[in-house]
Design a protein. Sequence first.
Lengths: 307, 284
Amino acid sequence: MKLAARLLRAVISLWLIVTFVFVALRLTGDPVIAVLNPDDMTKDMMDSYRKLWGFEGTIGEQYLIYITNVMHGNFGKSILNGRDAFATVMERLPATLQLIGASAAIMILIGIPVGTWAAMKAGSKWDALVMSFSTFGFAIPNFFFGLLLILVLSVTLHWLPTGGTGSPLHLIMPVITIGVAKAAVFTRFVRSAMLDALKLQCVTSARARGLSGARVLIRHVFPNALVPLATILPLLVGGMISAAAVVEAVFAWPGIGRLIVESVAQRNLAIVQVIIMLVAFVMIVTNLLVDLLYAWLDPRASAAAAN
Amino acid sequence: MLQAALASSWRNAVKMPLSVKISALWLILCLSLVGFAAWLPIPEKNTLDLMSRLLPPVGWGGGINHLLGTDELGRDILARLISSMRTSLLLALCATLISATLGTTLGILAAHFGGWVDELVVGAIDAQASLPFIIVTLTITAFFGSSLTLFLIILGLYGWERFARLSRAMTLASRGRGYVLAMQTLGFSWWRIYLRHVLPNIASALLVTATINFPETILLETSLSFLGLGIQPPNTSLGNMVGFGRNYLLTGWWMCVVPGVTIFLCTLAVSVIGDWARSMISRT
């Protein structure tokens, strides 16, 4: 029952997004002119496209045809080269996944040890230092951080290429830019989750039983801190697409982030609508999985909801 | 009572940590530069001086005429920086006010009416929180083009869900409180109770939320302007200054470092003050 309600809510969210895009497309005027380039087309061709994409008839009929097309992965063609929009986006997806995956790894590798350490030393000057760095990481604009890295590592020291793709070296700076900034946010979550877990009675009693510090940490603190962390982590990783849009543009990284920025500048609406729907789909599914994960990790949550 | 409040806020001001004092001083400096720009002895921001192109700032070989150096057309960077600060800070301030007003109103309405109104607002909060905002912004810009008004509206939508969530929760919590029950019993209208009694009680929490929202709005605005999709020339924002300076990393690093550092220091200062304010509130 609970699962059905959550699935229904996810489907409604998806439907809202598709409807939003449909309304926005209609508000921009003639969708065929907006998506295609009228200079290259005769009137007959445009009419045939109108018919093909269902831009004829009443608004209700158009809406139904639009939804059918979306479900079939038919999002129209890029105005730049006339290629299928969906295929164009899918081609650029692996580069972004690579970037986000590597950044997520950096975020976790920094966030968990540093956050745990800060929580164990809570109130000390080390804790204050970690928190200050976290504030720094939160405040620095990622495009400027990326440019500083280029300035130091590429322009001055000539160690790394300024941008583009082709070797693992190209990945280093974009990954540092996203990974370190997100690690600043994640460290705070880890610290506060650990602080909460350290206050639990089972931890106090484990200490009282004389267990070693490391054992208490691994057997009692980590499992309790894991629940809030496991639920926030997928959302943080999903949210990296925002950072990727900016950082890919800085480093000329050929992913969907740079694609959406270019497409917005060219008003290449077919591409933009594929990307927004793709991102919305991924985020909605992620949210659904996080809900289920949470219920599975912490049976108290679903028990409380059932009462 | 007012005197007591003033005295206690003065005592708090003296007790502020050094980092908070420095942050406050930095913000005061920025605001005075923006406010008194017209009376400062600096060149006009659009004056071209092709003889003194790409001059470095003072301390890196530059002269006193151009404290922060010049750009590729010999325009004074300090003058451009002040004008950009005005745009970026003003936009972030207006956007935060819009977002706070919208979010708080929706939150209180949701808490008051409950039922399907509540469902609708909570659903919208969830949807907004789960979508990466910059992608939504890019999509809206693609559909409707970029104009200053639309840009301000988009920025004003940023973070409304945070205010809504907070005000909804706090309004729900305040309904059981004695002072609200007393007002209800005395027959005061709901809007009066919310406006005069509930709102002042949640104001400090909303203000702290604003100190989180404000720096994030600056980051969003400068990111979009950096990408060339926000503030358009001839207007300048801290973001599009970094964007243009990017092409001169080899010959004039200060063109992008000066505005970049300024963004960083402004967001940092507001965050530091916000963190401190939050710790003060949670202590009492």
